[in-house]
Each structure stands twice: as structure tokens, then as C-alpha cells.
Design a protein around this ligand. Structure first.
Ligand code: HEC
Length: 244
């Protein structure tokens, strides 16, 4: 009996995530071109994040001075990110909008985005930020292909323009397709590159120590290699005496 119960638990453990992904997989996720080595892209992403997202969302685990890891100077952080007067570089990124006020306006409080790239995947974020479409049945006037009935309005609409969702029939299947009905200030490629920078930054923010870890990994590997050579030389030395 106990064994059967355990088996069921195992089946459930395997089956539930499979069903969960099947439910969310209706719209194809585009691959986010994440590159944590690209400091210039990360800097552009940081600027976008502070100017477009911090009005509603916070990033409470992220301190402004962490941006120096991206090669930004104190002066640049203060000037380029238009920090409000009196903000200390050691302080965390707080939302301009009060949580309760935001909850009243949108019905949901905008969540902290510090580790969003870990709770959602980079591919999901890349598709989400490019997946808003006009929907007059929603209070904000916007809906999203990967987050149906989302409460967040399309913040970057002036850059991307307005998309509509069209249903296309293809060999008996119905495929949802986004169509750019009204262009924004950026072309499609430029907007995609902008979102790539933003997602790159969100990935960095969710794990700022990753860059340091990469470096450490190489140092450890190098050390092990040197050790291997020494041990090999030692082995040769010892066996030479034993064999002759
Ligand atoms: C006007 C306020 C506002 C701004 C500005 C804003 N958001 Fe949002 N955002 C929201 C609200 C409200 C939600 C909650 C949506 C829901 O649960 O239906 C949300 C949800 C999200 C989510 C989904 C989180 C999850 O896992 O459920 C992501 C990701 C996100 N926002 C990213 C961003 C990024 C990136 C920016 C900047 C480009 C941004 N938001 C700017 C209000 C805002």
C-alpha cells in the first residue's frame, strides 16, 4: 500500500509540471538573446528599467552601486539613470508608486522584479514584453499573449506601436498571430533589440553574482589544470625510480 502511494506521488510529481507547461505553451516563446558579457547592452537595459519600470515595480534586492559591476561610474549612475535628488548609491531600487495606491489603480500590486528572471524564464520575459496587443474588453485596453488578462498596461507602446491579435487558419489549425497595426517610434528590429537589452538586465539583476562566478570558475579550472600537470610530472618521477 505504501509503495503504491509512493508510486502515485512519483507519477503526480512528473505529470503535474508537464500539464502546467502544456497549459502555458499555447503561444510560442521566442528565444531571448541573453549575453551577460555584453556590458553595453546591460547598461542600456539598466537605463530602460529605471526609466520605464521603477515607477510601478521595485527591485528591492538591487542596489544602485551594483551597477558599477557593469562598468558604470558613480557619476554615470546618477546622471544617466536620472536618480531622484538625495538617492544614495547604496540604496535599493524602490518603486515611485506606493504599493497600496498601485493596488487600487490596477487591482493587483505590481510585484518586485529583483528575481523575476528566475521565477519567469528570460524567454518568457522577452515574449511578454513584445506580446502586448490592443483589447478593448480589458480595463487598461491591453492584453498579452503569454499573460492573458494581465493588469499591466503596455508601458512601451509609444516605442513598439500597437499590435492586434489575428487568428490565422493553417492546415486546419488555428494560429494566433500578432500584427503591428500602428507603428511606434521604433522599427520592429530596434524594438526587439531594446527588449533584448531589458531582459539581459533582468537576468543580470536576478543573479548579479553570476559574472563573478563565471570568472571564479575559470580560475578554479586553471588551478586544477596546473595541479594535474604537477601530479603527472610527480607520477613520472616516482615510477622512473621504481621501474629501473
Ligand atoms: C503603470 C505601472 C506599471 C509599470 C510602469 C510597469 N508595470 Fe509591470 N506590472 C504592473 C502590474 C499592475 C502587474 C501585475 C499584472 C497582473 O498580475 O495581472 C505587472 C506585471 C509585470 C510582470 C509579470 C510578473 C509576474 O510574474 O506575474 C512583469 C514581468 C512586468 N510587470 C515587467 C515590467 C517591466 C519590465 C516594466 C518596465 C518596462 C514594467 N513591468 C512596468 C504594472 C506596471
Amino acid at each position: 500500500m505504501n509503495a503504491i502511494k509512493k508510486l502515485w506521488m512519483l507519477v503526480l510529481l512528473i505529470a503535474v509540471p508537464a500539464v502546467a507547461t502544456a497549459g502555458g505553451a499555447e503561444f510560442h516563446l521566442d528565444k531571448a538573446p541573453v549575453d551577460l558579457e555584453d556590458k553595453v547592452s546591460l547598461q542600456r537595459g539598466a537605463k530602460l528599467f529605471t526609466s520605464y519600470c521603477l515607477s510601478c515595480h521595485s527591485a528591492s534586492y538591487m542596489r544602485y552601486n551594483r551597477l558599477m559591476d557593469l562598468g558604470m561610474s558613480e557619476e554615470q549612475i546618477k546622471k544617466d539613470l536620472l536618480l531622484p535628488e538625495g538617492t544614495k548609491l547604496g540604496s535599493t531600487m524602490q518603486a515611485a508608486m506606493d504599493k497600496e495606491a498601485a493596488q487600487q489603480v490596477y487591482g493587483v500590486a505590481p510585484m518586485d522584479l529583483s528575481v523575476i528572471a528566475r521565477s519567469r524564464t528570460p524567454d518568457w520575459l522577452y515574449t511578454y514584453m513584445r506580446g502586448f496587443y490592443v483589447d478593448s474588453s480589458r480595463p487598461s485596453g491591453w492584453n498579452n499573449v503569454v499573460f492573458p488578462s494581465v493588469a499591466m498596461p503596455h508601458i512601451l507602446a509609444e516605442l513598439q506601436g500597437e499590435q492586434t491579435l489575428e487568428v490565422e487558419r493553417y492546415e486546419g489549425h488555428e494560429i494566433n498571430k500578432l500584427v503591428l497595426a500602428k507603428p511606434g517610434s521604433m522599427g520592429v528590429a530596434e524594438y526587439d533589440a531594446t527588449i533584448a537589452d531589458l531582459v539581459n538586465y533582468l537576468v543580470f539583476m536576478s543573479e548579479p553574482a553570476k559574472l563573478v562566478r563565471y570568472k571564479l570558475g575559470f580560475i578554479v579550472l586553471g588551478f586544477l589544470f596546473v595541479l594535474l600537470m604537477l601530479v603527472y610530472a610527480l607520477k613520472k618521477e616516482i615510477w622512473k625510480d621504481i621501474q629501473h
